[in-house]
Design a protein. Structure first.
Length: 109
């Protein structure tokens, strides 16, 4: 998956049954997601081991979305929420509200 230049391998996800946790490194991508009237910074942690998923960190909250079928790019969805990536851009849909258009932020120097 080509995700542009603003990525770094960071983050850890602990999964598994009690006593059998495993750690997985994540690919981090920072986005600025623009809605109709606002812009929201979103940090995405991509975990590619099966089952593939993304964890979106927004403010002090986090959302976990499993990978879903998509025609092109990478799509993650759960219920009425989806995060669809294509190149350096993403579309973040939260229910029936207008979607956010997300642009990958360049890496900090």
């Amino acid at each position: 998956m080509n995700m542009g230049l603003g990525l770094a391998v960071v983050g850890v996800l602990l999964t598994g049954a009690a006593g059998s946790a495993r750690a997985e490194e994540a690919i981090r991508a920072d986005y600025l997601c623009k809605g109709r009237f606002d812009a929201t910074p979103v940090t995405a942690f991509f975990f590619n081991q099966s089952p593939s998923e993304v964890v979106l960190v927004v403010g002090e909250g986090a959302r976990r979305l499993p990978q879903a079928m998509g025609a092109s790019g990478a799509r993650y969805a759960s219920g009425a929420e989806s995060f669809w990536i294509k190149g350096d851009n993403a579309t973040w849909q939260l229910g029936k509200a207008p979607s956010y258009s997300c642009q990958l932020k360049p890496p900090a120097r």
